[in-house]
Write a protein that binds this ligand. Sequence first.
Ligand code: PLP
Length: 355
Amino acid sequence: MQYPQLSINLDTIESNAVNMVKSCKDYGIKPVGVTKLLLGAPELAQAMVAGGIEILGDARLKNLARYQHLTADKMLIRLPSFSEVDEVVALADISLNSESTVLCALSEAAVKANKQHRVVLMHDLGDLREGCFDEDETLWLAELVLSLPNLELIGLGSNLACYGGVAPSADNQNQLVALAEKIESKYNIKLSVISGASSAGLTLMLDKEMPSQVNQLRLGASVIMGIGLNDEPVPHTQQDAIHLHAELIEIKHKPSVPTLSTALDAFGNTPEFVDRGIRCRGLCAIGRQDVDIDQIIPSDSRITVVGGSSDHLILDLTDCESDYQIGSVVTFELGYGGVLQCATSEFVHKSYVRG
Ligand SMILES: *Cc1c(COP(=O)(O)O)cnc(C)c1O
């Protein structure tokens, strides 16, 4: 085994996918499996597909490129950049859009590649990240997409609870549905997709308050980590698919207050200390270059995280019952940001486990 190690249980993720597909089906919703949390790992994408997910989505083209061999439809869930429309058409069947300049370029790229590219227009319901805020602009963009060769307007979408802390609600979801219906009647078309929200929309759905016309949710965190709105556990999912393992490289008894602390720490902050006497401290070979200290929680509740620097994590092992030694492996639970950081760090080994 190599450490630090991010251990990813594919059976747990597959079972979460099965349960999310089933839960959503009761409400006429098909989930898109969002893979960005693990950088589009093909093992993850495969587990989602095995769990019944038919569309895979990611925010980054580089991640989508990692599972091109899978037959599932691929959706680019971050707005395409103007400079990469050719790659978008090559790697994604569907993209989420809100800019006319990019739509025109996408159309040209699709014509050049002799491909049809499907478009979901993003409308901003108040969370203030992507999407047109103005309904007339979304209506106008719909007309534009309908006029552009090799683009197919398949739906309307929105993102919530990512920047502005706006939770998906019956009100904002109904507003999206009403706008979709306006587009349908104005241009005499049928939109096959209303993509209401991310995992944050599951609460509304399970509370039976999601309008029935919303038929797609884009699910990443709920399938991978079993969490949704406000990072709370999602019913019918498991939260323990992912763990971080790090190795102890030093164990020493030391005072809890430094000897004459006058300088700043490695990150330019003034450190503060509580005198708890002599403590047993363990050093792990992982640091803030890999993960923020506040994103990790030791699975052994008797361990406390004291602090860290770029390459080191300092733990207090004094109250532990288990016998930690040099070379022992300490296990941590991670927050969403922690999983993302560990997945991104090239120094953290990834291991995909079953069972
Ligand atoms: C990240 C993202 C999602 C998935 O969010 P989760 O909270 O992981 O379910 C859905 N849609 C968009 C546009 C995103 O950027």
